[in-house]
Design a protein around this ligand. Structure first.
Ligand code: IPE
Ligand code: IPE
Ligand code: MG
Length: 239
């Protein structure tokens, strides 16, 4: 038998197109972000229904600070309120919620507290792990990992000759997270935008024109169907 038939273990999504969705309706960009909540929760339910183990969503990048202050402020408040409103429901569904990204610096203290509370509330859940990449950049993550490794070398705890892929991977934000098998990006953009640079090395990429607020579980299932028709080789040849 050829081809992949199993569902992916880990799906990562770049939730893009909120601004354009809103602009097409004569709404504010921030209305598009708000409309993305329904897309996210429908997708989460679909993922739970099919027994996905890991779902990671890109919610705010280290480059998104370049946006107008009003939009950034909205996104901080929106994410805080989303956690407050939705964490009990996620907890009841057995979802373990986690965050990857830089927590310090510009992330408001209130949002940071909600993140920590939500992680603590759901830490023991054994259903799907839903990871929010927030104030996340792939390059920042690799720089942070390199700094952590350098510190251990400087402290004499680690032989520099022993620094290899496994050592670096152990210093990423979520060292226990398996690499994504499938990356989905919405809104017809064909780029990674600094998402999970290390972890996406062998992910299958799937792009759709659907704008994020219109995304529903059916779109996730379509992407997974496409994934199942791909042939993954990981640099080897078919035998
Ligand atoms: C994605 O939608 C959400 C974030 C980046 C926070 P956008 O806000 O990037 O929407 P477009 O790409 O401008 O349409
Ligand atoms: C990527 O989308 C980041 C998130 C979805 C959070 P962007 O809209 O920021 O990416 P670019 O700027 O189009 O590359
Ligand atoms: Mg965008």
């Amino acid at each position: 038998m050829t081809g992949v038939t199993a569902i992916p273990r880990h799906v990562a999504i770049v939730m893009d197109g909120n601004g354009r969705w809103a602009q097409r309706r004569g709404l504010r960009r921030t209305d598009g972000h708000a409309a993305g909540e329904q897309a996210l929760f429908d997708t989460v339910q679909g993922a739970l229904d099919i027994g996905l183990e890991w779902l990671t969503v890109f919610a705010f990048s280290t480059e998104n600070w370049r946006r107008p202050v009003d939009e950034v402020r909205f996104l901080m408040g929106f994410n805080e309120s989303l956690l407050l409103r939705r964490r009990e429901e996620l907890n009841e569904r057995g979802v373990r919620v986690r965050f990857i990204g830089r927590r310090r610096g510009r992330v408001p203290a209130r949002l940071r507290r909600r993140i920590e509370e939500t992680e603590a509330l759901t830490a023991r859940n054994r259903g799907m792990t839903l990871t929010f990449a927030f104030n996340y950049g792939g390059r920042a993550e690799l720089a942070d990992a390199a700094r952590a490794v350098a510190r251990r070398v400087a402290a004499g705890e680690l032989d520099p000759e022993k620094v290899d892929e496994r050592v670096l991977a152990r210093h990423l934000y979520a060292p226990d997270m398996p690499d994504p098998d499938l990356l989905v990006r919405t809104s017809g953009e064909y780029r990674i935008s600094n998402f999970l640079l290390w972890q996406l090395a062998y992910a299958e990429l799937c792009f759709t024109d659907v704008l994020w607020p219109d995304f529903r579980r059916e779109h996730l299932f379509e992407a997974i169907d496409e994934f199942q028709r791909r042939e993954r080789r990981f640099g080897a040849i078919e035998t």
